[in-house]
Design a protein around this ligand. Structure first.
Ligand SMILES: O=C(O)CCC(=O)C(=O)O
Ligand SMILES: [Fe+2]
Length: 318
C-alpha cells in the first residue's frame, strides 16, 4: 500500500527521461496502471527547467500581492473571458465560499495581450511557462494515446491524426493562491471536483494541501520539488471510454502558510466534440459516454454548482 500513517500517498512516478529511451514499453505500462488505479501520477525529468518553474511561482505570488484595485480589473462573470480573476470556486454560484483567489488565463496566442501587464515580467514568465507546459502536455498525451493503444495492431494504433488536433487544442491556466486561514477546519481551498479537460499538469509549491480520493478515502499528495502532478480529466475518461478515470480531488488550507499552485488544463479545441475513441469501442466494449462539447459543459456549470463529478455523470450512457 502506498499510503503512509499520516494519510499521505506516494503517487506513481513516471520518469520522462526513461520514457524517451529503450524502456518506453515498460514505462507506458506503468502509465496505464497509474491512470487506471489513481487517475494521477507525478512526472519527473520532464524537461521544464527549474528556472521557468521558479519564475512562474514567483510572478504568481507577486500578482496576488498586488493591491486589490489592480486585481479586481480582471474580475468577470463571463466564463469565456480570456482572463478571469475571482475568489472561492465559482463566486457567483457557491453557497459556501472557499478560501482561495484564482486567476484563469486562456492561453491561445490571440488573447495573450489581455493578460495582466503587472507585475512587469508577468507576460514574459507566464508566457514561457505556458509554452513549455503545452509541449510537455503533448508528450504526455502522446504517451497516453500509445498506452491506450498498446493492445491494438500497429496500423490501428497510429495516433498522428489526433495528436495534430491536440497541437491546436485548448489550454487554460488556473493560478491558485490559498492564503493562510485562521480557521482551516471550517473551510476548504477548493471543494471536491474533477477537471474537465484531457489532462491537467499541476505545479504546486512546497506547501501541501492537495488531496485526492483513493479507494474512498482522502489522501494527501506530498509536494515533490520540480515535479508535475498529472491527472486524468473528464474528457480523457470519455475518450478512453471509461478505462482511465478522472478522479475527485480537493484542497485543504492551513493556518500558517499561504500556498500557490498552477493548474494547466488541456483539451481539444473548444469547438471540437469529445467522444470515446472509435478504436476502443467494439461489441465487447460498447460506447459508454455521449458526445460532449465545451458549450454543453458551460451550459451545465452556469445552471448548477459544478462540484464532484456531476457533469461527467450527466454524460454517461446508461
Ligand atoms: O491547488 C491544487 O493543488 C489543485 C488545484 C486544482 O485542482 C485545480 O485548479 O483544478
Ligand atoms: Fe482540479
Amino acid at each position: 500500500m502506498n499510503i503512509a500513517a499520516n494519510g499521505s500517498i506516494k503517487l506513481p512516478i513516471i520518469d520522462f527521461a526513461q520514457l524517451q529511451g529503450p524502456n518506453r514499453p515498460e514505462v507506458l505500462k506503468s502509465l496505464a496502471k497509474a491512470c487506471e488505479e489513481y487517475g494521477f501520477f507525478q512526472a519527473i525529468n520532464h524537461g521544464i527547467s527549474h528556472n521557468v518553474i521558479k519564475n512562474m511561482i514567483d510572478v504568481a505570488k507577486t500578482f496576488f500581492e498586488l493591491p486589490f484595485e489592480e486585481r479586481v480589473k480582471f474580475m468577470s462573470r463571463d466564463m469565456c473571458a480570456p482572463v478571469r480573476y475571482g475568489t472561492s470556486f465559482n463566486q457567483s454560484k457557491d453557497g459556501v465560499f472557499c478560501w482561495r483567489d484564482f486567476l484563469k488565463l486562456m492561453c491561445h496566442p490571440d488573447v495573450l495581450h489581455h493578460w495582466p501587464s503587472s507585475p512587469m515580467d508577468f507576460r514574459k514568465e507566464v508566457g514561457s511557462y505556458s509554452k513549455q507546459t503545452k509541449l510537455l502536455f503533448l508528450s504526455v498525451m502522446e504517451a497516453v494515446l500509445e498506452s491506450l493503444g498498446q493492445e491494438l495492431s500497429t496500423e490501428i494504433a497510429n495516433n498522428s491524426d489526433i495528436l495534430e488536433e491536440f497541437e491546436d487544442g485548448s489550454q487554460l491556466m488556473v493560478v491558485n493562491c490559498y492564503p493562510a486561514c485562521p480557521e482551516p477546519d471550517l473551510t476548504l481551498g477548493m471543494p471536491p471536483h474533477s477537471d474537465y479537460g484531457f489532462l491537467t499538469l499541476l505545479l504546486q509549491d512546497e506547501v501541501k494541501g492537495l488531496e485526492i480520493q483513493h479507494n474512498g478515502k482522502w489522501v494527501t499528495v506530498e509536494p515533490l520539488p520540480n515535479s508535475f502532478v498529472v491527472n486524468v480529466g473528464d474528457h480523457l475518461e470519455i475518450f478512453s471510454n471509461g478505462r482511465y478515470k478522472s478522479v475527485l480531488h480537493r484542497v485543504l488550507v492551513n493556518d500558517s502558510k499561504s500556498r500557490i499552485s498552477v493548474a494547466s488544463l488541456h483539451s481539444l479545441h473548444f469547438e471540437r466534440m469529445v467522444r470515446p475513441w472509435p478504436k476502443l469501442v467494439n461489441e465487447a466494449n460498447p460506447r459508454r459516454y455521449k458526445d460532449t462539447d465545451f458549450a454543453s459543459f458551460l451550459d451545465y456549470v452556469s445552471s448548477c454548482e459544478p462540484i464532484r463529478k456531476n457533469f461527467l455523470e450527466s454524460r454517461k450512457l446508461t
